[in-house]
Ligand binder design. Structure first.
Ligand code: PLP
Length: 400
C-alpha cells in the first residue's frame, strides 16, 4: 500500500468543498436540496470577459506564459492597485496564480516552517489554518466574537503576537461574517503592528467589491502605507466577476516575496491558463457596471434573507456588511430536541437537522472556527432563498 506523507494524513478536505460534494450526492440520490453552501456567484461570467477569452484563443494566446503571469495582466493589476488604493505598485510587485487560493498557499509555502506561528482571526475562511498546518506551521486562532462585530481588536492582536509570529492574516470583507474594518480600526491594528516589525500582514481582499452599506472595505496598505513593505494583498477575479472556474487570482507585495512565490509557481503549475489571464485583463480594465449590478443583486438577496430568517425562532441574524454570506448564531437552538428525538448539541447537529427537516444545506460554524453558528450563502437564486428560508423557519418553529 502507498505510504502517505504524515502532513497529508493530518490534512482535512476543505469543509465548503466537502459540503458541496454532499449536496451533489444527495441530489444524485433523488433528494431536492436547497443549497446555501455555495461560495461562488451563481451568475454567468459577463459577456465582454468571455469575448476577450475567445479573442485570445483566436489570436494564438494559447501557450505557456511567464510563471508570474502575463505582463498585460500584471500591469492591469498594478494599475488597479494604484487607481483604487492610491499606493505605488509596479508589475514586478504582482504575481498571478490559479486563484487567490493558490497564492495564499504559495505565500505560506514560501515562509512557513515548523515553529512558525500565523495569527488567524476566527471566524476564518476554512483554508488558512489547514494550509499553515500543511507547511508544518502553527495557526494561532484568535476568537473575534459578535461583541466586537467579528473583528480583531488591537488588544487581542497584541496578546497573540510572539517572537515566532510570522504572519497576521486579515480577511475583509470576511468569509463567513461579511465584517470589514473601518479606516480607524485598521489604523489601530497598524499601530500594534508597527511595534512588531517581524510580523508580516496577509490581507485577503477577494470580496473587496462586495459591500452593501457606506464606504468600501479599506486595505491596510492604504491606511498604513509604511507597512506595505511587509504586506501581501491577495485578491482575484473569482467573486467580483463571477469567474470562479477561470482560476485567476493575484498577489501584490514586496518584490522579494513575489519572486520567491513565482519560483514556487514555476515548479508547480508553471503558469495559470493563458486564456483565463486574457479574460482577467478584460475584467479588470473593462467597464465595472457588471460589478455594480452584481452587488445590487446580492444586496437585494441579503435584505430578503435577513428579513425571512429573522422570523426563525432560535436564530440570531445580522445583516452582513460585505461578501455574500449570512452567519447567524444558533445558540437558541442548542439543547432543543427534534421530532425524531435527537437533541441538538452542536452547530453540526443544527446543520444536519436542517438538511433532514428542511432540505436545506448550510455549513456549520465549527468549520470556520466560531460556534455555534451556521453559514448560509446568498449567492443563490431568489426562489431558493424564498423556499429555503421558509423551510428553515418552519423547521425551527417545530423545535419550540
Ligand atoms: N479567500 C477567501 C476568503 C475565499 O472565500 C475564497 C473562496 O472561497 C478564496 C480566497 C479563494 O478564491 P479563488 O477562487 O480566487 O481561489
Amino acid at each position: 500500500t502507498l505510504k502517505l506523507a504524515e502532513r497529508v494524513v493530518k490534512l482535512k478536505p476543505s469543509a465548503s468543498i466537502a459540503a458541496k460534494k454532499m449536496v451533489t450526492e444527495l441530489e444524485a440520490a433523488g433528494r431536492k436540496i436547497l443549497d446555501f453552501t455555495l461560495g461562488e456567484p451563481d451568475q454567468p461570467t459577463p459577456a465582454h470577459i468571455i469575448e476577450a477569452a475567445i479573442s485570445a484563443m483566436k489570436n494564438g494566446e494559447t501557450h505557456y506564459t511567464a510563471s508570474a503571469g502575463t505582463p498585460a495582466l500584471r500591469e492591469a493589476v498594478a494599475r488597479k492597485i494604484v487607481r483604487e488604493k492610491g499606493v505605488a505598485c509596479k508589475a514586478e510587485n504582482v504575481v498571478i496564480g490559479c486563484g487567490a487560493k493558490q497564492l495564499i498557499y504559495e505565500a505560506f509555502a514560501a515562509t512557513v516552517e515548523p515553529d512558525v506561528e500565523v495569527i488567524v482571526p476566527a471566524p476564518y475562511w476554512v483554508s488558512y489554518p489547514d494550509i499553515v498546518g500543511l507547511q508544518g506551521g502553527k495557526a494561532i486562532t484568535v476568537t473575534c466574537g459578535a461583541e466586537h462585530d467579528f473583528k480583531l481588536t488591537p488588544a487581542a492582536l497584541e496578546a497573540a503576537i510572539t517572537p515566532a509570529t510570522r504572519w497576521l492574516v486579515l480577511n475583509a470583507p470576511n468569509n463567513p461574517t461579511g465584517a470589514y474594518y473601518a479606516h480607524e480600526e485598521l489604523a489601530a491594528l497598524a499601530d500594534v503592528l508597527r511595534r512588531h516589525p517581524h510580523v508580516w500582514i496577509m490581507t485577503d481582499e477577494i470580496y473587496e467589491n462586495l459591500f452593501y452599506e457606506g464606504e468600501r472595505s479599506p486595505s491596510i496598505i492604504e491606511v498604513a502605507p509604511d507597512l506595505a513593505d511587509r504586506s501581501l494583498v491577495i485578491s482575484g477575479v473569482s467573486k467580483a466577476y463571477a469567474m470562479t472556474g477561470w482560476r485567476i487570482g493575484y498577489a501584490v507585495g514586496p518584490k522579494t516575496l513575489i519572486d520567491v512565490m513565482t519560483k514556487l509557481l514555476s515548479q508547480s503549475t508553471t503558469c495559470p491558463s493563458s486564456i483565463s489571464q486574457a479574460a482577467a485583463v478584460a475584467a479588470l480594465d473593462g467597464d465595472q457596471t457588471c460589478v455594480e449590478e452584481a452587488t445590487a443583486l446580492y444586496r437585494k438577496r441579503r435584505d430578503r434573507m435577513v428579513e425571512l430568517l429573522g422570523e426563525a425562532p432560535g436564530l440570531e441574524v445580522r445583516a452582513p456588511a460585505g461578501a455574500f454570506y449570512l452567519y447567524p448564531c444558533v445558540a437558541g437552538l442548542i439543547g432543543k430536541t427534534t421530532q425524531g428525538g435527537k437533541t441538538l448539541e452542536t452547530d453540526t447537529d443544527v446543520a444536519l437537522y436542517l438538511l433532514e427537516a428542511a432540505n436545506v444545506a448550510v455549513v456549520d460554524g465549527g468549520a470556520y472556527g466560531l460556534s455555534p453558528y451556521i453559514r448560509l450563502s446568498f449567492a443563490t437564486g431568489i426562489e431558493t432563498i424564498e423556499q429555503g428560508c421558509a423551510n428553515v423557519v418552519a423547521a425551527c418553529e417545530v423545535l419550540f
